[in-house]
Design a protein around this ligand. Structure first.
Ligand code: 5GP
Ligand code: MG
Length: 199
């Protein structure tokens, strides 16, 4: 038995209520996104700025499919620190070593919910006078109260406004290694020690 089967069967699957986006659909869509991004930048040079930590698995699949000259940087944006289940004050930490002035920058994040995080990141990056800033998210939540928020330039899937984990997305830093994007059983999400997505 492979390690993945063991984890799926014994540790992870029992917490999952349902799969929202299965791994084969994710893989297909990441290929398509890579094609769109490559078409947009047409063989140019690009700084990919990944927002930690939720974007990491998406990022690694995406950049390996991009036929571009890429410089890879990471930054942190934390709105759900520690055990928090509701967004708190947003803290941004840009890579100090990255010179963004005059460069094309593509921000890669896991999920756009209210849009607050991505909007703050784009504003901060624009103050460095890059040639362009574009955004790419794996998921965008359907929200009725999303008026005026930022629209991503590239987006994998629209999902319902419910808390999801897997393929990089966490609950209290768990479930990032699930290969599918999933909704957890209600008692897992509401458990006192299990609250909060981490950066
Ligand atoms: P926003 O600022 O757009 O409301 O929130 C974006 C950030 O909140 C995401 O980058 C992610 O870290 C976190 N987040 C929002 N919704 C979810 C969710 O359904 N699951 C997880 N794991 N994190 C989420
Ligand atoms: Mg995030």
């Amino acid at each position: 038995m492979k390690a993945r089967d063991l984890a799926d069967g014994e540790l992870l699957e029992r917490d999952i209520a349902r799969v929202v986006v299965p791994r084969d659909e994710i893989a297909e869509r990441v290929e398509e996104l890579a094609r769109q991004i490559a078409e947009c930048y047409r063989g140019g040079e690009l700084i990919v700025l990944a927002v930690l930590t939720g974007s990491l698995i998406f990022l690694s699949d995406l950049v390996r499919r991009l036929p571009l000259r890429i410089r890879l940087n990471v930054m942190s944006a934390s709105s759900y620190p520690g055990q928090a289940t509701q967004p708190q004050k947003l803290r941004l930490k840009l890579p100090p070593e990255a010179d963004l002035t005059g460069k094309h920058v593509l921000v890669v994040d896991d999920i756009l919910d209210s849009g607050r995080t991505l909007q703050a990141i784009v504003r901060e990056l624009e103050s460095h006078e890059p040639a362009s800033v574009r955004t790419c998210v794996l998921l965008k939540k359907n929200r009725t109260d999303a008026g005026g928020r930022i629209e991503p330039d590239f987006c994998g899937f629209s999902v319902e406004a419910e808390f999801v984990v897997g393929y990089g997305l966490d609950l209290d830093n768990l479930y990032r290694d699930l290969p599918d994007i999933c909704v957890l059983k209600p008692h897992i999400v509401s458990a006192p020690t299990g609250g909060g997505a981490q950066p």
